[in-house]
Design a protein around this ligand. Structure first.
Ligand SMILES: [Zn+2]
Length: 494
């Protein structure tokens, strides 16, 4: 799993005058992975640095504006926020999956807080990461695609509005060292401007965790916030040999690590059944390997004597669809690619927006929590656990607060007409103005969302619609260069 082209952004500066340099450097970069990596990291840091410097210079004023103060020392020394891209909740054995995909997380559950009903604020990476790091819904942070219908890959999303103060900025201002690790570049675009230390490179969990361990050891004496985004479950799936047959033999089928049957899945066709079975098995093998790497991190924290002082949060930016709603999507929703039933970003069914969430460390009461929570709750929870008082206007609230049942929102698709989901108690609305569709589900009785109750319960539709956002914040323009476009292609977006 290697990205060869990310240095193109650098090479384009050399153009004609420096053609001789390009001729020397390019083959070197292709042949020498460590040099390629250094150049790529250098380029990412160059790209993020001007904005970061500008913001950090004014951070005291921004913190004064929202009255952010660290009330006490003695909160966690390290906050490690692990986000596994495309991790659907129902495939974790922690949540009852029939394959033992997450034995380590199961063993951790006894001393962790495990949330059973968490929604992502958005069904695709870029706005979702922005929501995780700001505690705001996409309509309030502005880091979204702006056309309707949307086609990510053909157009770039906006940057998060400059009026928004992100968690890493607050923590930097209050004395934390902030680091972002990401093997998914789209995730990094959302957050890299907010971090002093940037490690962005397409690689497997195993290598990425090695870097994290090095970082933890090097910064052992500091307070650290680490955003750690894993791409192992995102296409192209690249499962280490040791785990490739964790659940039996995987058939040799073309495009098993990407997708087939994106447009024309026929549930009864033997070819489709065989592909689906092997594709899902490969995904589970990748998850099994990620679980093992997370176990390694906890071992390392223990070795460094940092386990008791580290807050670790594990979640996903969104889930993944494996043909659960192919027919409904084909029939009711427009997709500019013509896809239905696969991947993420295009719709708001539970397999895409219901994500795992597990927290462990100082200030966390272990147990199983069934009330509805959202990824926008992560920021207020971290601020509370760290003893930080503030007057930030956030959409989320402390994860452990279940005092009343809020309406939660998920929105801002990457493909097709805008869709918004509202979930309150057991009821869920999926509404698309452009498609002219409103679907209503009772998640207690129908967790797989097979029976639309819109026609027999119009009052509930109206009630849930009253929670739809009334206004949208507009973010700033994000410029995408040639190197970024190539990364989109590698991730299967173009
Ligand atoms: Zn993602």
């Amino acid at each position: 799993m290697v990205e060869l082209m990310n240095f193109n952004g650098f090479l384009k500066f050399t153009d004609v005058k420096w053609e001789w340099l390009r001729r020397i450097i390019r083959p070197l970069l292709i042949r020498i992975p460590w040099l390629r990596r250094k150049v790529q990291l250098f380029l990412w840091r160059m790209r993020a640095r001007p904005f970061y410097r500008q913001r950090i210079q004014g951070i005291s004023k921004l913190l004064d504006d929202c009255n952010a103060r660290r009330r006490k020392n003695g909160g966690p020394k390290n906050i490690i926020l692990i986000v596994v891209d495309c991790l659907r909740k129902s495939n974790l054995s922690l949540y009852g999956h029939y394959r033992e995909t997450t034995p380590f997380l199961e063993s951790l559950a006894g001393r962790a807080a495990v949330f059973d009903n968490t929604l992502t604020a958005c069904p695709w990476t870029y706005p979702s990461v922005a929501s995780i790091l700001t505690g705001l819904y996409p309509h309030n942070h502005g880091g979204v695609l702006t056309t309707d219908p949307c086609r990510f890959g053909q157009e770039a999303p906006n940057k998060v509005s400059r009026n928004v103060l992100a968690l890493p900025e607050v923590l930097t201002g209050l004395g934390f060292d902030c680091h972002i690790f990401s093997s998914v570049t789209v995730a990094a675009w959302a957050g890299m401007d907010w971090f002093k230390n940037i490690y962005i490179y397409r690689q497997r969990a195993q290598q990425q965790f090695k870097e994290l361990n090095r970082c933890l050891e090097k910064n052992k004496k500091k307070d650290n916030f680490i955003y750690f985004h894993l791409g192992d479950l995102h296409v192209p799936l690249d499962v280490p040999d040791d785990y490739r047959e964790s659940f039996g033999e995987i058939a040799d089928i073309p495009r098993l690590n990407y997708w087939q049957f994106e447009k024309d899945a026929d549930r009864e066709a033997p070819d489709f059944k065989r592909y689906k079975e092997n594709r899902c098995k490969l995904y589970d093998c990748a998850l099994r390997s990620v679980d093992a790497q997370i176990a390694g991190l906890f071992g390392y924290l223990e070795k460094l004597r940092l386990l008791d002082s580290s807050l670790v949060i594990l979640t996903a930016d969104h889930g993944e669809e494996f043909w659960e709603h192919t027919e409904t999507e084909r029939k009711l929703f427009y997709d500019p690619r013509g896809f239905s039933g696969i991947s993420h970003g295009h719709n708001l069914f539970q397999e895409i927006i219901n994500v795992p969430l597990l927290c462990t460390g100082p200030g966390i009461a272990s147990g199983r929590y069934t009330h509805n929570t959202s990824l926008v709750d992560i920021v207020p929870t971290i601020l509370d656990v760290c003893g930080i008082d503030h007057r930030l206007k956030l959409d989320g609230r402390n994860l452990f607060d279940n005092s009343n049942e809020r309406a939660l929102v998920s929105e801002a698709v990457a493909y097709g007409y805008e869709k918004k989901a509202v979930v309150r108690k057991n009821w869920k609305l999926i509404h698309s103005e452009g498609d002219g569709v409103s679907l209503l589900f009772d998640l207690y009785r129908d967790p797989k969302e097979k029976h639309d109750l819109a026609k027999i319960n119009p009052e509930k539709i109206q009630e849930l619609k009253s929670h739809l956002p009334k206004a949208e914040v507009k973010g700033e323009t994000l410029e995408i260069d040639r190197a970024m476009k190539k990364q989109l292609q590698d991730l299967g977006y173009m």
